[in-house]
Design a protein around this ligand. Structure first.
Ligand code: ATP
Ligand code: MG
Ligand code: MG
Ligand code: MG
Length: 564
């Protein structure tokens, strides 16, 4: 291991705070600010100070190594993007308010990239012409922009944040499955190396044009996601996924009364039929836009403000989804219950519009979600149906044990996109038989900056941050608890450790009591704390293990031997 520099606290730009920031709702937000890792610039926009930047870089390094290991190639695309490709994909309008939009001096429209499927598709269209050029996997670690409705929890949900996004390009479905599998395995290794406790849950993405999608969730109180988890087997599902294969529910849930619906849905009629105010926010509202079933809102964040729906879809033909659209597509039937607070999930069918026309939309009961419902099995066309919500203790679909519902942070998301973007951009390569072959794609994201906060959430205690070794800003925090002899001993310890390749933080700040320095060391959360204090004259130091809190007095040489 190569020699490291000693980072002196006397020179380090990291002002620790005794008080929690007033607006901080979550543990990671409070501690990352208090320990001097990050600083708020504006709502959802953060400055990474030296300690924070080290942790962020450590996470990036692990991600980069594992992406390289599966043969993905690193690139860097612009964050400043022209409007046109996002118009081609439809996301310029679909994204609505989530997109940061701007104009150049000539009045041309630009956006700050929220995710880059369109642009990667174009890069590959430009660079790859033959099946021999594929498969290819590309990734970047880049700043992303999303004008989140509720930027909160510090870097957990930023409006500017770091994401590792990768994209795979294959000529066959089997190829896509292999690229997906490689990513899935790389993600498991990444989160294991980072020390992030995580679950992989299925996340149905049917309406988004994808065929398979899974989320990596880090269980944590501060999480904004809820997932169902089986204590007895490995079953786990995102509550949005609606993948519960429970007994048919039609018998328990007879049809509701029919109500009139007009031929063309408008915001007002839609809202009236759902029994919600026109200003409500819904998730997973399925309608047909220009003939395509679409979840209104944003991929992965399918929330829509009913009042804005008209705006989003203004240039498109909006039709009701019909029951036929769901034939063989149970993944399209969903009823997510978000935190907004509707009463019911309703599957609406209106015989007046067209035989079997259905509206499928979300509902709102906090931390619950609809069981799997299959059109024709669980409800008849022309019926209204109240869908059951999943509650803690409901039977696990695979083993019958009582399910738990837990909070978690989404740290990664992998999608088999299929040919959605290749179709939109005409991405073909010359196939083996000399004919053009349409390319099939996957997209895969990790929230790099969010992972820092997720780690903080999972590992911190009442004394402060407590980093796993792989991401910690240093290996050892050496505290000079006194002037003269303790300081000299601390300097010696720091120099020796650095020469042995350990990353060292040395608290050499003059005029601070040992108590203050120790409190800071615990707040900063480096795995080992080595204190040169009262017994320095005898060459004895105290070695503390931050995570377990164990302390031991021992001769410096012995302490160094343990740490190197
Ligand atoms: P969320 O459901 O939390 O809004 P998402 O599903 O919209 O996330 P994706 O589009 O799947 O996010 O992006 C890939 C990854 O980027 C996410 O799994 C998450 O880790 C990270 N991410 C998304 N939005 C943010 C954000 N606002 N701040 C920090 N990280 C984010
Ligand atoms: Mg997602
Ligand atoms: Mg999500
Ligand atoms: Mg989102």
């Amino acid at each position: 291991m190569s020699t490291q520099h000693v980072q002196r606290m006397s020179r380090l730009m990291a002002k620790t705070l005794r008080e929690d920031p007033a607006d901080a709702e979550t543990l990671s937000h409070r501690l990352l600010v208090r320990a001097g890792y990050v600083r708020r610039s504006s709502a959802g926009v953060w400055t990474w100070l030296p300690l924070g930047k080290r942790v962020l870089d450590n996470v990036s390094r692990v991600v980069r190594e594992e992406m390289d290991a599966i043969g993905a190639q690193e690139v860097l695309l612009p964050a400043l993007l022209p409007k046109e490709p996002y118009e081609v994909s439809g996301r310029w309008s679909e994204y609505g308010d989530l997109l940061f939009r701007l104009k150049d001096r000539k009045g041309a429209d630009y956006l700050l990239g929220p995710t880059h499927e369109e642009i990667f598709t174009l890069v590959v269209k430009d660079q790859c012409t033959s099946y021999k050029d594929l498969p290819v996997m590309l990734y970047q670690i880049q700043t992303k922009y999303r004008d989140e409705a509720r930027p909160r929890s510090g870097v957990l949900r930023g409006r500017e944040f770091q994401m590792k996004d990768s994209y795979s390009f294959d000529v066959s479905d089997e190829g896509l499955e292999e690229s997906y599998r490689l990513h899935r395995e790389a993600y498991v290794r990444i989160f294991e190396r980072l020390g992030l406790d995580h679950r992989i849950v299925s996340a149905v993405s049917g309406a988004m044009g994808g065929s398979a999608s899974e989320e990596f969730l880090a269980p944590a109180e501060a999480g904004e996601d809820t997932f169902a988890d089986c204590p007895s087997c490995d079953y786990a599902a995102n509550t949005e996924a609606v993948t519960f294969a429970l007994a048919p529910v039609s018998a328990e849930h007879p049809a509701l009364e029919e109500v009139d619906t007009p031929d063309t849905p408008t915001i007002e009629t839609l809202a009236a039929h759902l029994g919600v105010p026109a200003s409500a926010t819904l998730k997973n509202l399925l309608v047909k836009v220009d003939g395509e079933i679409t979840a209104v809102g944003v991929p992965g964040d399918r929330e829509v403000d009913l009042g804005k729906l008209g705006e989003h879809l203004a240039p498109a033909v909006v039709e009701l989804v019909t029951a036929e659209d769901f034939e063989g597509r149970p993944d399209l039937v969903r009823g997510y219950v978000g935190p907004q607070g509707l009463d019911k999930v309703r599957y609406l069918a209106d015989p007046r519009v067209a035989p079997g026309t259905s509206w499928v939309t979300g509902a709102n009961r906090a931390d619950t979600h609809a069981r799997n419902v299959v059109c024709g099995r669980d409800f008849e066309v022309d019926q209204y149906l109240d869908v059951v919500v999943v509650e803690p203790g409901d039977p696990c679909p695979s083993c019958g044990a009582g399910l738990k519902l837990d909070r978690a942070i989404e740290i990664g998301h992998i999608f088999q996109l299929g040919r959605k973007y290749a179709d939109a951009f005409g991405l073909d390569v010359l196939g083996r038989e000399g004919k053009p072959v349409r390319v099939t794609m996957g997209s895969y994201g990790i929230g790099v900056s969010r992972a820092v906060a997720a780690l903080a959430e999972q590992t911190a205690d009442e004394r402060g941050l407590c980093w796993p070794a792989a991401v910690a800003p240093a290996d050892v925090h050496v505290v000079a608890a006194g002037k003269a002899v303790p300081l000299a001993l601390a300097e010696e310890a720091a120099t020796t450790l650095a020469a042995a390749g350990r990353r060292v933080l040395l608290d050499d700040r003059p005029g601070l009591s040992p108590g203050v320095k120790l409190t800071d060391a615990e707040l900063i959360g480096v795995p080992w704390i080595l204190v040169a204090g009262r017994r320095s004259a005898d060459g004895v130091v105290e070695l503390q293990h931050r995570a377990t809190g164990t302390r031991e007095e021992l001769p410096l040489a012995e302490a160094l031997a343990r740490l190197t």
